[in-house]
Write a protein that binds this ligand. Structure first.
Ligand SMILES: NC(=O)c1ccc[n+]([C@@H]2O[C@H](COP(=O)([O-])OP(=O)(O)OC[C@H]3O[C@@H](n4cnc5c(N)ncnc54)[C@H](O)[C@@H]3O)[C@@H](O)[C@H]2O)c1
Length: 332
């Protein structure tokens, strides 16, 4: 097996240059703020602004390229001097991928394959690949773990599984150091463009519209506060684990409990409308986080009520920004 040592000129400097693809997105924006507050990291962002912030504002010192990671020349340029790539950019809509499976293949699979090829050629030291738990593993008895056999129910889940396979292959065949982190259901500030349940519910409450629950509300999810997730990603940067890890809260929560907690946190009375469940979505999923806890001290200390309080406050305080943002998206 070939092993590569990072030979980028930059890796001889004291700070680690981290390229974050999708750094203007929900998780990316939170990660970039977290890492850039620490002088140990020199943060570079590549994002085509196809989702989320249309006019992103990055913390001082962060370099931003507006471009497509599937574009070879752009990707090559951004990889220059990068020690680590945190690969977050993706088409992440499960329902969108069910409606049309082609874009998630072209961007998530073919684009990420090219990224790995270019990273190998550029002697990048390490890849952190963002993957998913529930959508990739399908309808299996929870808790899910790294041992659970994958059986995706949506093209999005299948695309993430394919990229995990290539990460494993590039590690095995070429010695490219890769870790795949399977995120659970992430919520938190800077998620206003997301269609995920917490973001959708909070926006509905603020607009005084009924909350729409698909199914009977007994579905379970593993809601992870984004602040805990970015600390987990940083731990994976520092401790350099390889292979696959579940990053979640390790706790199941039903939709009924989520709704009740949002009632408590918001102090508002709202209506809930029940509609038929949607295809491509698993009924219940939550994860066992013991492997990440054991191997790089990952933990998720923020409980649902505390995480929702911070998220609710962010939505109220930034209402002007996200309402304007959504108006911009709607006019695209
Ligand atoms: N949010 C979650 O709950 C969750 C759960 C599991 C996995 N993930 C994974 O985490 C990653 C980040 O998710 P997120 O919630 O922040 O999504 P997001 O949509 O908010 O962010 C993705 C970012 O990638 C950018 N992007 C998309 N295609 C691009 C391209 N071709 N070139 C350059 N930039 C591009 C978008 O503009 C956006 O800013 C994704 O890979 C997603 O699949 C997220």
């Amino acid at each position: 097996m070939l092993r590569r040592t990072p030979t980028n000129a930059h890796s001889r400097c004291t700070s680690m240059r981290v390229l974050v693809t999708g750094g203007a997105g929900f998780i990316g924006a939170n990660l970039v703020r977290h890492l850039s507050a620490n002088s140990a990291y020199d943060v570079v962002v590549l994002d085509n602004l196809s989702a989320g912030q249309r006019r992103p504002i990055f913390p001082r010192g962060v370099r931003f390229t507006c471009g497509d990671f599937t574009d070879k020349a752009t990707m090559k340029e951004c990889l220059q001097g990068a020690d680590t790539v945190v690969h977050l950019a993706a088409l992440s809509g499960v329902i969108d991928s069910v409606e049309d499976p082609c874009p998630s293949f072209e961007v998530n699979v073919a684009g990420s394959f090219q990224l790995l090829e270019l990273a190998r050629a550029a002697n990048v030291g390490r890849i952190i690949n963002a993957s998913t738990g529930g959508a990739l593993l399908g309808e299996v008895a929870p808790p899910i773990s790294e041992e659970t056999a994958p059986c995706p129910l949506s093209p999005y889940g299948a695309s993430k599984l394919a990229v995990e396979g290539y990460c494993s292959a590039f590690a095995g065949a070429y010695g490219l150091s890769c870790v795949t982190l399977r995120f659970s259901n992430i919520y938190g500030p800077r998620s206003a463009h997301k269609k995920s349940v917490v973001a959708a519910f909070i926006k509905s409450i603020i607009r005084e519209e009924p909350l729409v629950v698909y199914g009977d509300g007994t579905q379970q999810r593993d809601y992870l506060y984004v602040g805990d997730l970015v600390r987990g990603i940083e731990a994976a940067l520092k401790r350099r684990p390889t292979g696959v890890y579940q990053l979640g809260s390790g706790r199941p929560t039903t939709l009924h409990t989520l709704v009740a907690t949002l009632k408590k946190v918001s102090g508002r009375d709202f209506r809930v409308r029940y509609e038929a469940g949607r295809s491509g979505e698993v009924h219940s999923t939550w994860c066992n986080i013991a492997k990440a806890a054991r191997e790089f001290d990952y933990n998720a200390p923020t409980d649902l009520e505390a995480g929702l309080r911070t998220t609710w406050s962010w939505y109220l305080e930034n209402r002007d920004i996200w309402v304007r943002q959504q108006a911009l998206s709607a006019s695209d």
